[in-house]
Design a protein around this ligand. Structure first.
Ligand code: ADP
Ligand code: MG
Length: 233
């Protein structure tokens, strides 16, 4: 059976003989926004890094039914965005967003402005990134990630450095931005309410194992075990 999008088959990541990610099998159809949740140390970051190609793994990672394991990291078309966004402080907002466009030889001011509008920062191009709030900086980082037109966007706790009230609003914005952009996404968070706002489906990792996948309502109604029930309460 062939399918468009991401397929993980028995993906396993080991550190010193210990499994940080334990035989994860999962399909994410093209265009879906999928949230990965689980307690600290459950393997969320390790799984994202393996998919991005930054961590060796066994099993298979496929896109459109073709293994990407032998494809170099920068050719996979996958972009991993870290918690703090890591903007370039010496560049203005437009310079940060346009960075990957410039690298790929397609720097285009209209495209930069379009991306800024998508993340709710129209007209911010000439601002210094050091003068932006934490939430605004995260939006710039997101626009920069989207500028690379990734076929898969990997977001590792994108809102965790932002204070609670703003985070709730940004979660809703993130849902809209990702769905408007139509980009296949895996977003890691340790907050299940946030996951439910951003994503279509949620997967729960426990000690490296993907124990359950569904909507928050489904997971709450039929948790596979007590730990999932407690985690979601
Ligand atoms: P999460 O992102 O869910 O908090 P991680 O993927 O960071 O979890 O970590 C999963 C497990 O793998 C933890 O036990 C962690 O200590 C271990 N681990 C992560 N990265 C490394 C590393 N580079 N070397 C050794 N152990 C690691
Ligand atoms: Mg992590």
């Amino acid at each position: 059976m062939s399918s468009a999008g991401l397929q993980l088959r028995d993906v396993t990541v080991e550190f010193d003989g210990k499994r940080a990610v334990d035989a994860v099998t999962l399909e994410i159809p093209a265009g879906e926004v999928f949230a990965l949740i689980g307690p600290s140390g459950s393997g969320k970051s390790s799984l994202l890094r393996a998919i991005a190609g930054l961590e060796p793994c066994t099993g298979d990672i496929r896109w459109d039914d073709e293994s990407v394991l032998k494809i170099p990291v920068h050719r996979r078309g996958f972009v991993l965005m870290f918690q703090d966004g890591q903007l370039f402080p010496h560049l203005d907002v437009a310079g940060n967003v346009g960075y990957s466009l410039k690298v790929s030889g397609h720097r285009d001011p209209a495209r930069v402005e379009q991306l800024l509008a998508l993340v709710g920062l129209a007209g911010f191009g000439a601002r210094r990134v050091t003068e932006l709030s934490g939430g605004e900086q995260q939006r710039v980082a997101l626009a920069r990630s989207l500028a690379a037109t990734p076929r898969l966007l990997l977001l590792d706790e994108p809102l965790s450095s932002i204070d609670r009230e703003l985070r709730e609003r940004l979660a809703g914005d993130l849902h809209d931005i990702l769905h408007d952009a139509g980009v296949t996404t895996i977003v890691v968070t340790h907050d299940h309410e946030e996951a439910a706002v951003i994503a279509d489906r949620i997967g729960i990792l426990e000690a490296g194992r993907l124990v359950q996948v569904g909507s928050l309502t489904e997971l709450r109604a039929h948790p596979v075990d007590d730990r999932v029930a407690r985690f979601l309460s």
